[in-house]
Design a protein. Structure first.
Length: 277
């Protein structure tokens, strides 16, 4: 298991991204602060120089664990459930370009906000039909580029569809996807799950990716989230993917990053019996 921090070239002041700025500036700081993995939040992969990105990752001994994609929904409203086929096409193409970026690293592409909302389609039924159709396209593309997709289970304030982990498991079990699994987030879980550990254990191998933050979206250890319960659940299912920090960067990026790593390593050592980093 690897603890990954988050980084972005462009991030708003309230975005839950730890490091902000050019990769050449933030990657050395991540490595100095003790990280070996990074989840990059990229609004459009066509805007970056993939060659320079790969060189910077290698130079700083960082693994690209995952790519966050939600900015495309916030900025351009691209989503895979929309009534407008052109919008769905743009969303799929945006995600395809992220797959090209992720392909050399076999990373995971997060599909969260880009699923859209019911109001983006003509009806609930149309939304779900569009989601299914788009996911099968994306599943084929993920096989082509040798990456995986993490379908994010978001809370009922931010999503209209699949906001409990068990709902996501049922959805996966009733579809024939090869490269799509579930992406869970401790903040969303804190709202809609009554037993965090059991929710994870029941999902088992469907869990492909995990976002870690305290209940208030600050760094782990800041609030009251029971991380021992979460990590014990992940241990029980043999999860060996990333724990990616999707937290506010307050009081300051490096303070947040260092406190997160220190606390998570402490809890991981308790649960697993050894330091994970």
């Amino acid at each position: 298991m690897i603890i990954a921090t988050t980084g972005s070239l462009q991030a708003g002041p309230n975005a839950p991204i730890v490091y902000r700025g050019n990769y050449s500036d933030i990657f050395p700081l991540m490595r100095e602060d003790g990280y070996h993995g990074v989840e990059l939040h990229i609004r459009d992969s066509r805007e970056i120089d993939r060659g320079k990105l790969d060189e910077a990752l290698k130079r700083n001994q960082l693994t690209l664990t995952s790519i966050g994609t939600g900015a495309a929904y916030g900025l351009w409203h691209w989503n895979i459930g929309d009534h407008d086929p052109e919008i769905r096409k743009r969303a799929v193409e945006c995600l395809r370009n992220h797959m090209i970026t992720a392909s050399p690293h076999h990373s995971l592409i997060i599909l969260g906000s880009m699923q859209g909302r019911f109001c983006d389609a003509g009806s609930h039924e149309e939304f779900i039909y569009n989601i299914e159709e788009s996911l099968y396209q994306l599943d084929q593309l993920a096989e082509q580029y040798d990456v995986t997709i993490g379908y994010e289970i978001m809370n009922h304030y931010e999503s209209d569809f699949l906001f409990r982990i068990q709902d996501g498991v049922h959805f996966m079990e009733t579809h024939d996807f090869h490269r799509i699994g579930l992406h869970i987030d401790t903040v969303h879980m804190n709202i809609d799950e009554c037993d965090l550990g059991n929710a994870i254990r029941k999902a088992g191998s469907w869990i492909y990716h995990v976002h870690i933050a305290d209940n208030d979206r600050f760094y782990p250890g800041h609030g009251h989230m029971n991380f021992r319960e979460v990590l014990q659940g992940l241990k029980d299912i043999g999860y060996d993917g990333a724990l990616a920090l999707e937290t506010f960067y307050r009081p300051e990026s490096r303070v947040c990053a260092q406190k997160s790593l220190q606390y998570l390593n402490f809890v991981l050592e308790e649960v697993y019996g050894k330091n994970q980093e």
